[in-house]
Design a binder for this molecule. Structure first.
Ligand code: PNS
Length: 170
């Protein structure tokens, strides 16, 4: 009998904050891999709305229903983070063709850095293909309805942050 090692995938991103588009990908990824690790990039240069701790907290709340999904954060090279988890797959979502160019560049660079790690792309569900964290924050700051675009816990946290979001978006 041949022994097959478990499939471990990393789903990296900024998740500032997690949207229902991300969540859909997590749900589908959880069915494909034995373990799915959602990893938040620690990047001070991006001046995020939510701290890494807040983002990981929100992620933990929404993935609690998936037993094979874990939350982590990383800095430095993604391929090093993947190796530390013995992950063999990097999972990324593609919404429109505009995502493709950058994603291809990253996938090829990661493949050059670590040929044993495979990037797997999943197409965003069409119901979520227009959602981005950036647009959610913009629409919310201008008083638009974001119901159905983010999980309720994220919506509640955005409400708490409204004055800060409005200042940032101005
Ligand atoms: O949600 P995002 O902002 O599109 O995610 C981008 C992310 C985190 C996947 C990317 O910035 C990344 O992997 N950064 C880690 C640094 C790295 O490994 N760079 C070289 C690979 S191209």
């Amino acid at each position: 009998m041949t022994h097959q090692s478990p499939s471990i995938a990393i789903y990296p991103g900024s998740f500032d904050p997690i949207t229902n588009g991300h969540l859909d990908l997590i749900q589908r990824g959880a069915r494909l891999f034995d373990r799915l690790i959602v990893s938040v990039l620690r990047n001070d240069a991006k001046s995020p709305l939510f701290s890494v701790e807040e983002r990981t907290e929100m992620l933990k709340e929404v993935v609690a229903v998936y037993p094979n999904v874990e939350i982590d954060s990383f800095h430095g090279l993604l391929v090093d983070h993947a190796a530390a988890h013995s992950a063999n797959v990097l999972l990324r979502g593609i919404r429109a063709i505009s995502d493709y160019e950058f994603e291809l560049q990253m996938a090829l660079m990661n493949s050059r850095l670590s040929p044993n790690i495979e990037t797997i792309f999943m197409m965003a569900n069409e119901a979520y293909s227009f959602i981005s964290s950036r647009l959610v924050k913009e629409v919310f700051s201008l008083g638009g309805d974001i119901t159905g675009l983010v999980p309720p816990t994220v919506h509640a946290r955005l409400r708490q942050r409204l004055p800060i979001i409005q200042k940032k978006e101005r």
